[in-house]
Design a protein around this ligand. Structure first.
Ligand SMILES: C[S@@+](CC[C@H](N)C(=O)[O-])C[C@H]1O[C@@H](n2cnc3c(N)ncnc32)[C@H](O)[C@@H]1O
Length: 226
């Protein structure tokens, strides 16, 4: 579904939808997958054996990211400390890894020290010309729970990311008019950041409820932008 000539959102399983994206057509993949890795049903702890079932999904996903990426494109892939060890070897071998960014979001859950950071696996085929990326620790952008800026609007998804964080990744890795893809768009934060920065956006979401939330949010943002 095209919301205008720059913003397209697709409902369905990203593994199937990605197959329809042309080869070498995307400048940056910026995405925040579901964080169930390493957890059991009660959200506490799991084993690596449990994760074998997820491996084919992520192998295919990373293969598709690499295929659709332009030769000078980038990938930003969110995870937390539980998922990192699972993703790292797959990401490194199927895409390539350039760094791990650490987002210090200043607040977080946990009873054995609260965990207040998330990781972002980062790939770029070469240094980003003309960009000053700075340190790999980002600690100037707060999570929703610890006072995200009003520019983020309402919290409509349990794991919604601040728009400024995604805008930073977009500005660091793309130029105006480039295509940014988010295969797990949730409430459409990456799309909102693309509207703010003048990038083209392709978003994918499996859940009908979140797809509709993203659609309404992006339609409203486009109205405000025009
Ligand atoms: C962590 S959330 C993303 C939240 C988003 N960053 C935001 O700011 O709203 C992950 C999303 O991926 C969606 N999802 C899970 N499996 C999917 C799949 N196979 N294809 C597309 N979307 C999927 C979930 O429904 C969920 O909304």
């Amino acid at each position: 579904m095209k919301l205008n000539h720059n913003i397209e959102i697709l409902r369905g399983d990203c593994i199937e939808l990605l197959e329809k994206i042309p080869t070498q057509s995307v400048q940056s993949v910026i995405t925040d997958p579901p964080y169930f890795l390493g957890m059991t049903h009660n959200g506490q702890k799991g084993t690596f054996n449990d994760l074998a079932i997820c491996k084919p999904f992520y192998e295919k996903l990373f293969f598709e990211y690499k295929r659709i990426l332009k030769p000078d494109g980038c990938v930003y892939f969110f995870t937390d400390w539980r998922g990192y060890a699972f993703y790292y070897p797959l990401f490194a071998s199927l895409i390539g890894i350039s760094n791990c960014l650490i987002w210090n979001k200043k607040s977080g859950p946990g009873i054995f020290y609260r965990f207040a950071h998330e990781f972002v696996l980062f790939y770029s085929s070469k240094p980003l010309v003309g960009k000053r990326l700075g340190l790999n620790v980002i600690d100037s952008i707060a999570a929703f729970n610890s006072g995200a800026k009003k520019t983020n609007g309402e919290k409509v998804h349990p794991t919604q990311k601040p728009v400024e964080l995604i805008e930073k990744f977009i500005l660091d890795s793309t130029n105006a008019g480039d295509v940014v893809l988010d295969s797990f768009m949730g409430s459409g934060t990456t799309g909102a950041a693309c509207i703010n920065t003048g990038r083209r956006f392709i978003g994918m979401e499996l859940d009908e409820g979140y797809f509709n939330i993203a659609r309404t949010r992006l339609e409203n943002n486009l109205k405000q932008d025009s």
